[in-house]
Design a protein around this ligand. Structure first.
Ligand SMILES: NC(=O)c1ccc[n+]([C@@H]2O[C@H](COP(=O)([O-])OP(=O)(O)OC[C@H]3O[C@@H](n4cnc5c(N)ncnc54)[C@H](O)[C@@H]3O)[C@@H](O)[C@H]2O)c1
Length: 434
């Protein structure tokens, strides 16, 4: 291990100590954790490279449906100076060979959405801890499958919701916990990202795997990036719990219009029937009377936006304005006040200790913080920083929004994944002394 890697491991050790675990940087930096990668396309390939930054990680095996994708990940691992991983590839169930290995402590899953829950459940039942990409599940039944598998195996699963680990969102969490915004009543959040010519379809207009979801389902397909930070802002599952959800969708016109503009009226997708409404608005209500508006908006031209807003009895934070208004602490009650000084003052210890390194990596550094803490938990055999109950709570919006839209916007009950324990569970996410 070179000096830089050693210092990096030590810094993460500081952060974990603050989380209340027995982490000691020197000892833990020596310990090896063995991770298998399942799904090594864009995201899985990137995560493979990121995990190779951590000296404690070895990657004995990688798996992808496509041998070339698995081969690229194997090359990444080899280039990092580690032994070349064994490749399991070539069919949809090749991951089962990887799961049957006895030289893995954990797996990271970055496959298309419908594979997440089945693979994560099988992985836990095969004795592995799991990091699974978002959303962890595409139906409420899958959410329960995950919860049961974790309870029955004692092998935990973390949904890799990176936006929960952002610098700004964690500072807002610190401000809320310091009481600056008073009692929180309402939040807004969104996944608003024009994905037509980039993610659901390639630049030539051919389907990529998300396209089949847009053809078949009318729902919020991707709620977790917006909801991730909101869960901790509202103490969901640890003091309060979601009770009901209503969802409403616009008509589906954006994708047809995109194909007409880009490829002409004769392109098959210019008239293809997509079930997916262009904008889905879900409203969630908690047992204690808080509300959350979650917006899903990926088919229409627009800049990327998560639209986070938190409103409490003493003030409001707005991501859009990058500003706050806090009664008695910021200027005139009609004006926004810049968020940056508050970000500096309430910066989360994870960012104080790891921020400089994190900023060298993707999604504004959130990916690094997330995966550093994921690896720390594996090294120490400690709980993951984001627990599965929160992962399935965010993911359940996929299936629940589909049910509500199909029923004309009728409220549907939100399952209590804590089994009633939300009243006594204590917040754990990001609980580090300032
Ligand atoms: N957290 C984030 O910021 C973020 C960003 C991008 C994507 N993602 C998530 O990552 C996941 C992958 O997205 P992507 O953009 O990398 O897609 P991708 O198409 O680039 O990669 C998916 C890979 O999975 C492989 N695959 C499909 N079925 C498989 C199977 N049965 N077994 C093994 N491999 C299989 C494909 O061959 C492909 O290489 C999605 O769930 C997506 O939501 C998360």
């Amino acid at each position: 291990m070179n000096r830089r890697d050693f210092l990096r491991a030590g810094m993460s050790g500081l952060a974990l100590t603050a989380l209340g675990t027995a982490y000691t940087s020197g000892a833990s930096a020596q310990k090896n954790v063995r991770i298998g990668m399942i799904g090594t396309g864009n995201r899985g390939g990137y995560l493979t490279g990121l995990l190779c930054k951590f000296p404690e990680v070895s990657i004995p095996a990688v798996c992808d449906l496509l041998p070339e994708a698995a081969g690229r990940a194997a090359e990444t691992v080899e280039k990092s100076g580690r032994p070349r991983p064994e490749i399991h590839a070539g069919d949809e169930y090749a991951y089962r060979k990887l799961l049957s290995r006895d030289d893995l402590d954990a797996v990271v899953i970055a496959t298309p959405w419908d594979w997440h829950a089945p693979m994560a459940v099988e992985a836990m039942r095969a004795g592995k801890r799991v990091g699974v990409e978002v959303p962890a599940a595409v139906s409420v039944a899958e959410c329960w499958d995950l919860v049961r598998a974790e309870q029955e195996t004692g092998k935990s699963c973390m949904m890799l919701e990176n936006w929960s680990f952002r610098d700004d969102n964690l500072a807002v969490l610190n401000m809320i916990r310091a009481g600056l915004l008073g009692g929180i009543l309402h939040c807004q959040c969104a996944y608003a990202h024009y994905c037509a010519g980039y993610w659901a379809f390639d630049a030539d207009g051919n389907d990529r795997w998300p396209a089949k979801f847009l053809e078949k389902y009318n729902r919020d397909q991707y709620p977790t990036h917006g909801l991730g930070p909101v869960l901790s802002w509202l103490d969901i599952n640890c003091g309060d719990v979601f009770e009901s959800l209503t969802a409403t969708a616009t008509a589906s016109v954006g994708l047809n219009a995109y194909f007409r503009r880009k490829f002409g009226p004769d392109h098959p997708n210019a008239t293809r029937r997509f079930a997916q409404g262009d904008i889905v608005t879900s409203v969630l209500r908690t047992r204690k009377g808080k509300t959350v508006v979650v917006t899903y908006d990926i088919n229409l031209p627009r800049p990327y936006d998560n639209q986070w807003l938190v409103q409490g009895t003493l003030g409001v934070y707005s991501h859009e304005h990058n500003a706050v208004m806090i009664e008695g602490k910021t200027g005139d009650r009609h004006d926004w006040s810049p968020f940056d000084p508050w970000l500096e003052e309430y910066r989360h210890p994870w960012w104080k200790t790891m921020g400089a390194e994190a900023l060298q990596h993707g999604h504004g550094g959130a990916d690094y913080i997330e995966m550093r803490l994921f690896v720390n938990a594996l090294v120490e055999d400690a709980p993951f920083p984001l627990d599965l109950i929160d992962g399935v709570t965010m993911s359940a919006v996929v299936g629940l929004s589909e049910q509500s839209i199909a029923a004309g916007g009728t409220p549907v009950p939100f399952p209590d994944f804590t089994g009633g324990a939300w009243e006594t569970r204590k917040p754990t996410f990001g609980m580090v002394p300032r």
